[in-house]
Design a protein around this ligand. Structure first.
Ligand SMILES: C[S@@+](CC[C@H](N)C(=O)[O-])C[C@H]1O[C@@H](n2cnc3c(N)ncnc32)[C@H](O)[C@@H]1O
Length: 257
């Protein structure tokens, strides 16, 4: 009788925001020994360059507006590879469990009896704000942080608790918020957050392509437009942004003499 094929294992690996030196030791080891890597649009070219030439690479990028369908296909792709006996490194930008849909992929595998592991990565909130000289908390300026997504689902209104988010004592970090920034700013101001609250946008954070713009809640949207910022861009709103000029170690280090 033919032996049943051993199923492979899927390891969800958080690749961090872009700088390859921000990979965990475990992530770097797994990438360097991978049999097959399934990766997202957000994984930086510098990190993709660490995948050995003999490793099979499968791109699983997502087109805007078509998330749902494609996510199902990605779930099935991972399942199919594992059922065929392949050990898969599933490489995702930032941390797989922070607005990364990694938990949906892991649930799909769990429901089909496939073994999986999850390796945390540095999420954009931590990586990009630090490389932009913005501490997410600072004594006297912010006692906490709120992470939200500003992604508009199928042209629906953003369903966020604006009253809770418009808190001058906490820092607000918005993932996928560039497109809806005019609406987000208007909602926060209407909910009572001062229009002159410091605010920043960070594009391609932690990479040599990083661009940062700072302004206020009232001005940031126009500033991002004037600079032509594109995804991936992270928005940070709160008094801590006022420290960014003094703490901007990254631009200082990369300034051409
Ligand atoms: C689908 S979410 C994925 C978040 C990811 N799982 C994480 O933990 O960072 C994509 C959003 O993360 C933010 N982002 C991720 N990497 C970034 C980077 N290098 N620079 C700026 N924003 C980034 C942007 O807001 C982008 O639209």
């Amino acid at each position: 009788m033919a032996e049943a094929k051993r199923a492979g294992k899927v390891t969800l690996v958080g690749a961090g925001p872009g700088d390859p030196d921000l990979l965990t030791v475990k992530a770097a080891r797994l990438i360097g020994a991978a049999e097959v890597v399934v990766y997202d649009r957000l994984v930086s070219p510098e990190i993709l360059a660490l995948i050995p030439p003999q490793t099979e690479r499968i791109y699983a990028g997502k087109a805007l507006g078509n998330h749902h369908l494609i996510q199902d296909e990605i779930n099935d792709l991972l399942l199919g590879l594992a059922q065929a006996g392949r050990d898969v490194v599933r490489l995702k930008g930032g941390d797989s469990f922070v607005f990364g849909r990694g938990s949906e992929e892991a649930l799909h595998l769990a429901r089909h009896g496939i073994a999986f592991e999850v390796i945390p990565g540095i999420s954009a909130a931590a990586g990009c704000s630090t490389y932009a000289g913005i501490p997410l908390t600072h004594r006297g300026l912010a006692t906490g942080v709120q992470f939200v997504t500003g992604h508009l689902r199928e042209d629906r209104e953003l369903e966020l608790d604006w009253g809770k988010l418009a808190d001058p004592a906490t820092t607000l970090v918005i993932y996928m918020g560039l497109q809806a920034l005019p609406e987000i700013s208007a909602h926060l101001i209407a909910a009572g957050l001062a229009p002159d609250t410091p605010a920043a946008a960070i594009e391609n954070g932690t990479t040599p392509r990083q661009r940062r713009v700072t302004g206020t809640l009232a001005t940031l949207s126009d500033l991002t437009r004037a600079m032509g910022l594109q995804a991936p861009t992270l928005i940070v709103i709160g008094a801590v942004v006022s420290l960014s000029e003094d703490l901007d170690w990254f631009t200082a280090q990369h300034a051409t003499p």
